[in-house]
Design a protein around this ligand. Structure first.
Ligand SMILES: [Zn+2]
Length: 300
């Protein structure tokens, strides 16, 4: 089954571009292969073109080009290229090979099998207005990509009009934050098996996209809480977040056991921006119980 939009690679022009791409890329990808936790990614790489395995692709290496998503136009839910085939050079063989490239758009899928490179950082982040003070790192975790920040602020203001008060605890989290402040301490505390049920490995957290955030409600003093879903704030969010482009992301697990598709326990506080059109479609199809993986049809 073809899960990714595959570009035609049959033309001579494409072959020529692969060769050019090979020349451009061979100097930057040599150290980028292998384990993303230990592999060093080149500095100063373009943020929108970093692959799950830590490789970097020059945008000019795109064999056909012209399919860049207009950032101002909300794409249809299934029109968006979540990932596409592109080309890089396998340092082991020196041959061009196809790789998956993560598109830097807000329908990006990030999970255990679709990680981000260590170097990936969105370049359009802004500080969010409604945050819980004393949580995370100022100037980092109080940020989201602009499109998500504006949607969240609109949601907070709409909720407030109905007497519902919510705030963001953490939004963007860097690869290093996820590794040093969350994942590694959790492994130390609980062991790797337990840690993996609730905590993403570095590179595998949606928070690194700048499109996901953890929220809390006033009735629980804005704490991170498994009971958030039972509060008036949690219920409001579950019923309305799609109107602002958000989904509750980890809906197939329980408090204790991770879901088979998302791989995480149920987190009523973790919402993800995917745009109003897709979020509304998901809500209509699954009543808030459909996973993003199912919606996208990407289950590997
Ligand atoms: Zn989260």
């Amino acid at each position: 089954m073809a899960r990714y939009n595959k570009k035609s690679s049959g033309s001579l022009g494409a072959v020529a571009l692969i060769v050019i791409a090979a020349m451009v890329l061979s100097s930057v990808i040599g150290v980028a292969m292998g384990n993303s936790e230990t592999g060093k990614t080149p500095s100063g790489t373009p943020s929108g073109n970093v692959t799950p395995s830590g490789n970097t692709v020059d945008p000019s290496g795109n064999p056909s080009g012209g399919d860049q998503t207009d950032p101002d136009k909300e794409p249809g839910p299934r029109e968006t290229a979540l990932s596409r085939q592109d080309f890089t050079i396998d340092p082991a063989t020196g041959m061009a090979k196809e790789i998956k490239v993560v598109d830097d758009n807000y329908m990006i899928l990030v999970n255990r099998s679709h990680p981000l490179a260590q170097a990936y950082k969105p370049d359009d982040m802004v500080t969010v207005k409604y945050t819980v003070s004393g949580v995370g790192v100022k100037g980092e975790t109080d940020q989201l990509r602009k499109v998500a920040a504006e949607a969240f602020e609109a949601m907070v203001e709409a909720a407030e009009e109905q007497g519902i008060f919510i705030k963001m605890r953490t939004g963007y989290r860097s690869y290093e934050y996820q590794r040093d402040r969350l994942y590694n301490p959790e492994v130390k505390n609980k062991g790797e098996i337990e840690a993996n049920k609730s905590t993403a490995k570095p590179g595998q957290s949606e928070h690194q996209t700048g499109l996901a955030l953890d929220i809390g409600g006033k009735s629980q003093n804005y704490a991170l809480s498994y009971e958030f879903g039972e509060t008036e704030e949690g219920k409001w969010v579950a019923a309305h977040c799609h109107e602002f482009g958000f989904i509750i992301r980890y809906v197939d697990g329980t408090k204790k056991e991770p879901g088979a598709l998302t791989g995480y326990v149920f987190e009523p506080w973790h919402i993800r921006y995917i745009g109003v059109k897709a979020a509304t479609e998901m809500f209509q199809q699954g009543g808030g119980k459909l996973t993003y993986e199912e919606y996208l049809g990407i289950l590997d």
